[in-house]
Design a protein around this ligand. Structure first.
Ligand SMILES: [Zn+2]
Length: 320
């Protein structure tokens, strides 16, 4: 690592990412941590990348559990360069790959679990990606499903088609999306992976390792596309399930997909507060201050492939 540049950024960080009465917090968001790079998932971090992210955070920032960070912010006691690490969805690699890296460096994190996929489930977007990985080379004709026709060959094409299909499917009504995804999966001759997500027992292991667990609905729907009773059921049921599983209150929530106006609406924020969550995270970008709505905390997706840029962009996030 470019140690001198990073140390200079650290001093700049004390000024940008202030503590105390004018405390500022950034929350990082991860999904998967792959054991090795995967050409079908170029956007996800692998173990080597995640490892230097966490080393950099442990060395130049103060990584705090989310609940503690929010309390310190309220009490005007947040340290400078305070940061939290979060994971969404509940992937098995969070335990198998990410947890050992976090533990080696003593870094806490919060894991938001979509409870309907525990114990062998697979999220629909993963079904799309895994189907595109396995389908034979040639023409994939989904025009009868209203999804177009594609040529599959190398990884780049397969990955492009997966991204395109996910875009087309994401905001369809739940049943329509399910039908189309099931059809796509039926074209694959081999069984698709069923160990992508955590088991309920593994969620307990994360808890036992001192990690925080938050709710992320049951089926990971776009809340904005649901009627109110169903949206409320999704939020409440994931909380209740995790509380029974873990034997403790679950006070944190993450909105699926997480963009205000597009994925969730002000009424969902009201539901989350009303159901007793003490804070909720979105995927809108930005830093957090005392003035930020605790039920709509923005988060930051790190993507820079180089440590100095990673750190500079993270520092910029505090002021964004
Ligand atoms: Zn999610």
């Amino acid at each position: 690592m470019a140690a001198i540049q990073l140390t200079l950024l650290k001093y700049l960080g004390s000024w940008l990412a202030t503590g105390g009465r004018r405390g500022r917090l950034s929350i990082l968001i991860y999904h998967r941590v792959l054991s090795e790079p995967d050409p079908m998932r170029p956007g996800e971090v692998d173990a080597a990348t995640f490892s230097w992210h966490i080393q950099l955070l442990a060395r130049y920032f103060r990584v705090l559990p989310l609940t503690l960070a929010l309390r310190l912010l309220r009490e005007s006691n947040l340290p400078a360069r305070a940061v939290c690490v979060t994971f969404d969805d509940g992937y098995a690699d969070n335990l198998e790959v990410a947890l050992p890296i976090l533990q080696t460096l003593g870094v806490p994190a919060t894991f938001f679990i979509a409870t309907g996929y525990l114990d062998g489930g697979r999220m629909w977007n993963d079904t799309v990606i895994e189907a595109l990985r396995c389908l034979p080379a040639g023409i994939l004709d989904l025009s009868e499903q209203g999804l177009g026709s594609y040529r599959l060959d190398g990884w780049q094409e397969r990955n492009d088609v997966a991204i395109r299909l996910i875009q087309l499917l994401k905001y369809l009504p739940f049943q329509q999306r399910e039908e189309r995804v099931r059809y796509l999966a039926s074209l694959v001759a081999t069984p698709l992976p069923d160990k992508l997500m955590l088991t309920a027992q593994q969620v307990r292991e994360l808890q036992a390792a001192g990690m925080e667990i938050g709710a992320h609905t049951v089926n990971h729907p776009i809340l904005a596309r649901l009627d109110h009773p169903t949206a409320r059921w999704e939020i409440a049921t994931s909380k209740q399930y995790l509380e029974e599983l873990l034997g403790q209150k679950v006070n944190l929530f993450a909105y699926p997909n997480g963009k205000l106006g597009q994925d969730y609406l002000p009424e969902h924020r009201e539901m989350v507060q009303d159901l007793g969550f003490v804070a909720a995270v979105s995927t809108n970008w930005g830093g957090i201050t005392l003035q930020t709505d605790p039920w709509q905390l923005p988060r930051f997706t790190p993507w820079d492939a180089q440590p100095t840029r990673f750190m500079a962009r993270l520092l910029w996030n505090y002021r964004h």
